[in-house]
Every structure is written in C-alpha cells, then in structure tokens.
Design a protein around this ligand. Sequence first.
Ligand code: ATP
Ligand code: ASP
Ligand code: MG
Length: 284
Amino acid sequence: MYTVRFFHDSGFTQLMPVMLGKSVDPLGPDPGSSVVKIPEIEYQGEKLRLTTSMILHKQVAVKGIGRIFIMSPNIRLERAERKESGRHLFEFTQADFEMSGAKKDDVFGLLEDYYRGLSEFLAREASEEFEALGIGIFEFKPPFKRYTTHELFDKYGEDWERQASLAHDQPFWAICYKREFYDKEDPKEEGHFLNYDLIYPEGFGEGISGAEREHEFEVIHRKIKRDKLDLSPYATYLKFAKAGLIPSAGAGIGMERLARFLSKSKHISEVTLFRRVPGMPVDI
Ligand code: ATP
Ligand code: ASP
Ligand code: MG
C-alpha cells in the first residue's frame, strides 16, 4: 500500500504488468547468473517468453508517459542451490519504475525519500505488528553512503556484497557493474557503468538494481552483439530503438526482499504466502 501510494504521490503513472513478451530481460550474460533458462511458450506461431523483468517494456513506455511504475511479477528459474541464499524465489515482484530524462542522482533522491517515508509510515501504521514480531521498526537514515564496486572489491574482496552488507548498519549504494546491454556505459570513462544496487545492511544483501539506460539504436545493437545474444527475440525492441528511445533511468525494488529485511526473516519464503523457492516443490 505504501509503495503504490508513494509512486502515485510522486507523479508516476501505474501500468499493469505484462507476463509474456517477445523481448524480455536476458539477465546476462553474467558468469554468476543463477537462472537455468528463460521459459518460452509458442502461441499463434510466435515464441513468447515469460517476463524476467519489464526493463525493455519500461524503456518503450517511458517515452510517451514520462514517469511510470509497475508492480511487476517476474519469473526467474533460479538454480536449486539458490534456496540456501535466503533471498531467492523463482517468482517474485518488483516495484519497477522508470523516469524520462533522469540521472542516477535523481533515482537516489527519489528512493531515499521512499525509505525515509517508509520508516515513518510503519511507525504510524504498523507498530502493533512489529511489536507482535518482537522486533523494532528499522529507521532508514538517508542519504545512504555511495561506493563504487571497485572500492568495495578492494576493501572486502570477491565476497564484497555479503561482507560489506555485514559491516554496515544502514543500506548503501554500490555503483558501476558490468552487466546487461541496456545499462549505460559512462561516456566519459569506458568500462565504467552508470548503474547501481542498493545493498541492505546486516547481511541481507541486494534489495534494488537499476541504471541510467542506453537509448541509442547503434549502441544497443552493438552491445547485444557484444553479448553474443540471439538477435531475433530483440527484433521488436530494436525496432522501437530505431524509431527512437529516450534517455531515462530507473530501478526495481524487490518487494519480498524488502519485506524480509524489515521483518528480519531468515528466509525470503517466510514473507510469501504461496512460496516459490528454488529447489523446493510448489505447495499449491
Ligand atoms: P541476485 O544477484 O541477488 O541474484 P539480481 O542482481 O540477479 O539478484 P536483478 O536482476 O537486479 O537481480 O533484479 C532486480 C531486483 O529484483 C533485485 O535487486 C531484487 O530485489 C529482486 N530479485 C531479483 N531476483 C530475485 C529472486 N530470485 N528472488 C527475489 N527477489 C529477486
Ligand atoms: N528492474 C531492473 C532495472 O530497472 C532490471 C532488473 O530487473 O534487473 O534495472
Ligand atoms: Mg541486481
């Protein structure tokens, strides 16, 4: 309720999610990728994929509308070992948003307001529930610290996400990852990227990912080829890119990961009613 109201009050238009797409998030290439495969169905002679994330749809939609958000269900068939991470489901929901003409500082500002307001909202509306759980309401104290992934790697080593998360008592931003083609490379510094994650403290790990976006057809096309992705699923998206996408930035808040962090739950499945846990059967 808080999330939907926050985005409405901040001038965002809510879109309904799509669950099937021709062009969906490839989620890589990423050597650490934990997704087994992207499920595909054939219907009316076309191949459609289950939504991994709506990033490419967001880029198309933001052009006409300016500020959009979607409570977006995602299917990601994570490897069975992910059961042990405590933070992976194979079906989950992102509060996924995108803003035309925005830069990463605009996204940081918006999200820091979101978290500040969330602590206030919970103190006002949910103190009894937290009392019943026997835990306090986490007080988010933005602005959150900002680090590059290079700094974090130098200080904490390869396992930096977990180690840095354990070493902090407030969330922090981790900036600059080499990842999917749609995240913008810094035009001033090749090999650096204008993307970011928000990492929750106390060992809870990643809660949000987002970026400024590539919007020029030539760049997108070159990077899809760089990543050795099959071009055919991206044909429709590339058509939109050729017709002209616009500069934008956004992110997706993992709703179950947020609920897990707030409730200090050991496993993310404890905060979902119909749990979809990698390596475990589905109840219903
Ligand atoms: P991780 O590295 O933890 O596997 P990711 O970087 O692959 O996650 P993103 O593609 O960045 O995930 O997804 C955007 C957001 O959606 C994440 O920051 C997280 O909050 C949420 N999310 C991603 N995958 C899952 C999952 N399997 N279960 C629950 N939430 C998820
Ligand atoms: N929601 C993410 C973003 O806006 C994309 C993802 O799901 O990885 O960048
Ligand atoms: Mg991520």
